[in-house]
Design a protein around this ligand. Sequence first.
Ligand code: BGC
Length: 258
Amino acid sequence: MSDLLFGIDVGGSGIKGAIVDASIGNLSSDRYRIKTPQPATPEAVADTISKIVKHFEWEGPIGAALPGVVRRGIVSTAANIDKGWIGTDADHLLEEATGSPVRVLNDADAAGIAEMIYGAGAGAEGVVILLTFGTGIGSAMFHDGILIPNSELGHLEFKGMVAEHFAAARLVEREDMELEPWAIRVGEYLHHLERILTPDLFIFGGGISKRYDDFSHHFELRTPVRVAQLRNNAGIVGAALASRGITPAERSIDEERS
Ligand code: BGC
């Protein structure tokens, strides 16, 4: 089987796609990005995705990461995307639009799969929680490499608020909050997560993780934290791996065998 896969990451401002080389866990082409259509209805996004697929002349399975709960292809929440996605059979819609088999999954779950196989979580056992701090807070939770999908820890109620309203990076990136008070909030949120879930490892992701060393001294945690490594590409890589059903747990069994 070829090591070349195809992944798409649907974000609030851009929809990005690339060919992924599964043997290295990274992109084997440039990323091609088209602005997310507004409103980002399922039909408009499907149309954009088909343009990206055509750009690469890609034929074969496609993985697509979407910012919402996705169960067996059906989207059931849409906190930061068009509400028209709720109830949509996204696998089917995108298969019709592209003519290829498509597997849609939550964007943070996709990023988590990539980080667990090729990035900060490689080889990590026990309970690992990856969080992506951006417009919202995405989460991916693993036990011994097995994904517990759609964990949505950004939607826990915390301090009387939806946690992502309390601590998403958007507060700093777009709403003028200073880094320090934001970091204190994030530290409190992470501490809450460690009290209720007892993780063995946190993986800290999202664009703001570039500045991790500027704010991590505000955290008081007993859980080790690693910064995500695949950065902007994690969603694309993880979606591509998911299109072939490649999971961290299976990857480590394969490695033990070889
Ligand atoms: C959504 C999640 C998504 C996260 C990051 C949240 O608002 O509910 O599904 O993973 O944003 O995009």
